[in-house]
Design a protein around this ligand. Structure first.
Ligand code: SAM
Length: 264
């Protein structure tokens, strides 16, 4: 197992700090506070992203009838992880998590508590090796049945556009028609220079580096899929619950696409 580096702020840990969790080190709190000072929206952004995860998984396990999830870039366990939300809707759901952070691996036991009817698994792997993830996920998921691939807050850690598209394409090619792709990705279209400055600070003091993309570039990850309404929008605007309708936009954009039977 890779050693946990407590000298540099890490994505999963700083995210956990902003979400109000307990699994972070002094360096994560220090850089987290510096970023929150220059970009006060960050805490709302992190919470809006998790609220989107909840609504998307409820939609997928509910209306869309999905029973299998592959959640890559899982993050540290927090309230309402993908398996908890999905198995509340349908206890037989099977969920595979994948992340490359050694602290997430150390906490993975909390992600492996499944309903008796369903299953959960964890893969210690890098998203840049989608073949490994698909192969190991097949221990738990039936690739003959639809699967929802979740890429929330991770593709902005893959700086090269071609590599990011290749990862998405490989994952989508590996799942059958009727499957779904869900993405959440940081932008700067809402807060502009403040977000740019926060990302510059992150890239100087945190790991792994972040690359912002436009909503149009995020939409291109769904090329060949049926992009569901309302398209690629700020996480707070994706099918908000009635109580969330007046939440402000944040610079985390998202979308959900469906793989139909037509070739991509
Ligand atoms: C900002 S957190 C998002 C957590 C969760 N998906 C959410 O939306 O709340 C990003 C996660 O992606 C993971 N990550 C970043 N780059 C990765 C890579 N190349 N392979 C696998 N995981 C990665 C980090 O370790 C971290 O847990």
């Amino acid at each position: 197992m890779d050693k946990i580096d407590t000298s540099v702020a890490h994505s999963a840990r700083i995210w956990n700090y902003w979400l109000g969790g307990k699994d972070h080190y002094p360096i994560d709190r220090k850089v987290g506070d510096q970023i929150a000072e220059m970009f006060p929206d960050i805490v709302a952004l992190a919470r809006a992203d998790r609220a989107f995860l909840g609504r998307a998984v409820r939609f997928l396990a509910g209306e869309a009838g999905i029973r299998q999830f592959l959640d890559i870039g899982t993050g540290l366990p927090t309230a309402d992880n993908t398996h908890e939300v999905a198995q509340r809707v349908a206890p037989e759901c099977r969920i595979v998590y994948a992340d490359n952070d050694p602290l997430v691996l150390a906490h993975a036991r909390a992600l492996l508590v499944s309903t008796p009817q369903g299953a959960t698994d964890y893969i210690d792997a890098d998203a840049r090796e989608p073949d490994t993830i698909l192969r190991e996920a097949a221990r738990t998921l039936d690739f003959g049945q639809p699967i929802a691939v979740m890429l929330l807050g991770i593709l902005h850690h893959i700086g090269d556009d071609e590599q990011a598209s290749a990862i998405v394409n490989r994952l989508v090619d590996g799942i059958p028609s009727g499957s779904y792709l869900t993405i959440a990705h940081s932008t700067n279209v809402v807060t502009g220079a403040a977000m740019d400055e926060a990302v510059r600070h992150w890239n100087q003091f945190g790991k792994p580096p972040m690359t912002l993309r436009t909503p149009e570039a995020i939409a291109r990850f769904f090329d060949g899929l049926e992009l569901l309404e309302p398209g690629v929008v700020s996480t707070s605007r994706w099918r908000p619950d009635p109580a969330e309708r007046s939440s402000p936009e944040t610079d985390e954009f998202c979308g959900v696409g469906r793989k139909s039977s037509a070739p991509r």
